[in-house]
Every structure is written in structure tokens, then in C-alpha cells.
Design a protein around this ligand. Structure first.
Ligand SMILES: Nc1nc2c(ncn2[C@@H]2O[C@H](COP(=O)(O)OP(=O)(O)OP(=O)(O)O)[C@@H](O)[C@H]2O)c(=O)[nH]1
Ligand SMILES: [Mg+2]
Length: 339
């Protein structure tokens, strides 16, 4: 069964249970917030931004598999529908020339559920203008909407590396910004990285919005059970109450890491008084998180796997690494109020 099918079935089951509960006048008594489900939503809009010739229209054409068409500068806006998996996306492919930025962009950015910002990574003469444009217009995006920054034209030999783009555009500022953010290298011409990037947007729009999990605390260990990083995300007034659960979480995390030492990947779920603990081990690290029992464990595990993959690529791990990565990559899915 695919992930999407599985999710649809769970949502249907939840809907059915909710209907039944309201019929018999029952009220849920859990003291924890329920995941905010936008059941059945299948339509989303995304705005494609970037200076003229960044490759916005080429990207849309690539997604629509119409990439044999030679693009012309977009005059105003092209509105395209893109059907992907069982979802419909309206793409606002905006003209990047200055008059269109001034007259049109704000209106479409405010309406979009997600933002894709493209930069021609092979033309650094436009970097400064692009940077100013990006930081100016991003302020109009809906709160919490995902932003995907795309370094396009990566097929060209003089295209800049992601690290240089990150530094030039000061994208690390997003680490503390409460919205999902990612930066990826793509080529709208060859298609390299395009679907991986698009999948991230889809996962954030659909996964996070339809099926959120609220992570209260997390512990990262190595395979010998040494704690490398830890984070508690609960609201300040809940944190005292969470402290004993947190101590227990750390013990369970260590035990799990040792237990799963010899497996490449291992997953386990256990109960912890009013919370659940989801453990995932992959490669050299294990990550244990505390969630509400009513929250979707599969979503938590998916997040855990992505974070473990991230750590296996970025070797330096500090005490604060977990907090930083959760806040930058999954801000909607941690309990509010950072330690
Ligand atoms: N080599 C290479 N060329 C690209 C890539 N993406 C776009 N181009 C080329 O860049 C030029 C501009 O592409 P468009 O997609 O029209 O750019 P745009 O961002 O829509 O431009 P405006 O509509 O004027 O804002 C075209 O000649 C494309 O073929 C890419 O990934 N690699
Ligand atoms: Mg265009």
C-alpha cells in the first residue's frame, strides 16, 4: 500500500470515528491538541518567483512534460494546472521582469500555499538583485507557508555550489524563521533534481498540513547509546511537567540505540505514561522522539528518517543540532516554545 493510500485510509477512519462521536454527543477529553487535519484537501497553489531568465517557465514546462517548447519571457503571469499523484496544483508562473514584480507579485504571493524561488546559479552578476528581491518579497508569503529556494541551471559548468549560494543569499537566516524552508540544486533543462525538489514541496504542503505530528522532545544518540544532541519543544509551562518524561525518554533512547546497534534500520514504538516514544535507528545514529498517543506515528517516523539522513550527511553534531534542524525543517511539527 502506498504512503498516500495509507494516509487516505487513516484519515477516512478518523473522519468516521469523529462522526460517530459527535452523533452520540461524546467529547474528546484528551488534554493534548489533536493534529490539525485538513481532511480531503487536494488543491494547492504555488507561486514561482525569480528574476527574468531564472528558469521559472522552463521548470513548469519540465513538470508538465512539455519541455520541448522553447520558452519566451513571461508577460504578466502564466497560470498552469499540474496534476501530481492525486493532487492538483495551480502554478502561478510569474514574469520576472521588474514591472511584473512591482505590479503582480505581491498579489500572487499572498494567495499561494507555497513559494518556489529560482535563481540562475550560473549568472552571479544578478545575484545581488536576486537576493534583494527574494528577501523583500518573501515577507508577503502566508505565515508558515513552505519556501523552496532553487539554484537552477546546475547543468552549466559555471553554476555555483549550494554552499556559495547559501552564503551569498544568507539563507541560514531561515534557521530561526518559523516556516519550512529548503534549498535545492536543479536543472529545469535536464530535469536533474526537479522531482526531488517538487516532492519536498508536496510533502510539506500535504504531509505537514493534513497530517501533522507534534513532537514534544527528541534525543539523538550514536549506536553505543551516547547522547549527541537533545531538544525539548514544549511550551514553557508544560516543560516542568515534561521534565520527568524527558529523563525517561533519554533512558529509553540509550537502550534502544544499544538494542538496535547491529541493524541498518530499526523502528520501535513504546508508551511513556501519557506520551508515546517513537524510535528510529538508521546507519550510525538513532533518534527517539516523544509524541502524543493520538498523533500519527508514521509521520513521526518519516521525519525521524529524514533527520537521520541529514545527520549522516552533515557530520558535525553539537548539543543544539537537533533543535536547529527541527526548527528549520519541521517548524510546524514541534510543540511551540523553545527551551
Ligand atoms: N542551461 C540551462 N538553461 C536553462 C535552464 N532553465 C532555463 N534555462 C534557459 O534560460 C532561459 C530563460 O528561461 P525561462 O524559463 O523562460 O525563464 P523565466 O524565469 O521564466 O523568465 P521570465 O519569464 O522572463 O521571468 C531559456 O533560454 C531557458 O532555456 C537550466 O536549467 N539550464
Ligand atoms: Mg517565464
Amino acid at each position: 500500500m502506498s504512503f498516500y493510500e495509507f494516509r487516505r485510509r487513516i484519515l477516512e477512519e478518523k473522519k468516521r470515528q469523529q462522526k460517530q462521536q459527535s452523533k452520540i454527543g461524546e467529547k474528546r477529553t484528551s488534554s493534548f491538541s489533536q493534529p490539525e487535519l485538513e481532511t480531503g484537501r487536494t488543491k494547492y497553489s504555488v507561486a514561482l518567483l525569480g528574476l527574468e531568465r531564472a528558469g521559472k517557465t522552463s521548470l513548469v514546462k519540465k513538470l508538465l512534460k512539455q519541455d520541448d517548447i522553447v520558452t519566451r519571457p513571461t508577460y504578466g503571469v502564466n497560470i498552469e494546472s499540474y496534476h501530481y499523484r492525486d493532487l492538483n496544483f495551480t502554478c502561478f508562473d510569474l514574469g520576472g521582469h521588474a514591472p511584473f514584480r512591482l505590479s503582480l507579485w505581491k498579489k500572487f504571493i499572498e494567495r499561494a500555499d507555497g513559494i518556489l524561488y529560482l535563481v540562475d546559479s550560473a549568472d552571479n552578476s544578478k545575484f545581488e538583485e536576486s537576493k534583494q528581491t527574494f528577501w523583500h518579497y518573501i515577507n508577503f508569503a502566508k505565515p508558515n507557508s513552505p519556501v523552496l529556494f532553487l539554484a537552477n541551471k546546475s547543468d552549466l559548468p559555471n553554476s555555483k555550489e549550494l554552499s556559495e549560494i547559501n552564503e551569498y543569499f544568507e539563507l541560514d537566516k531561515f534557521l530561526r524563521n518559523l516556516r519550512p524552508f529548503n534549498v535545492k540544486k536543479i536543472s529545469a533543462k535536464t530535469g536533474q533534481g526537479v522531482y526531488e525538489a517538487w516532492d519536498w514541496m508536496v510533502e510539506i504542503l500535504c504531509g505537514a498540513q493534513q497530517w501533522k505530528v507534534k513532537i514534544a522532545a527528541a534525543v539523538l544518540t550514536d549506536v553505543s547509546g551516547n547522547i549527541l544532541s537533545e531538544a525539548m519543544f514544549g511550551r514553557p509551562d508544560d516543560q516542568a511537567h515534561l521534565a520527568s518524561d524527558f529523563r525517561k525518554l533519554k533512558e529509553l533512547a540509550k537502550l534502544f540505540a544499544i538494542e538496535a546497534k547491529d541493524s541498518i534500520q530499526s523502528v520501535k514504538l513504546e508508551s511513556l505514561f501519557k506520551k508515546h516514544v517513537s524510535h528510529v535507528k538508521r546507519g550510525a545514529y538513532a533518534l527517539s522522539v516523544m509524541i502524543d498517543p493520538i498523533d500519527p506515528v508514521t509521520r513521526a517516523q518519516q521525519i525521524q528518517l529524514r533527520i537521520l539522513e541529514y545527520f549522516s550527511r552533515n557530520a558535525t553534531i553539537t548539543q543544539d543540532s537537533l533543535e536547529e534542524v527541527f526548527i528549520s525543517k519541521f517548524p510546524l511539527e514541534v510543540e511551540r516554545g523553545i527551551r
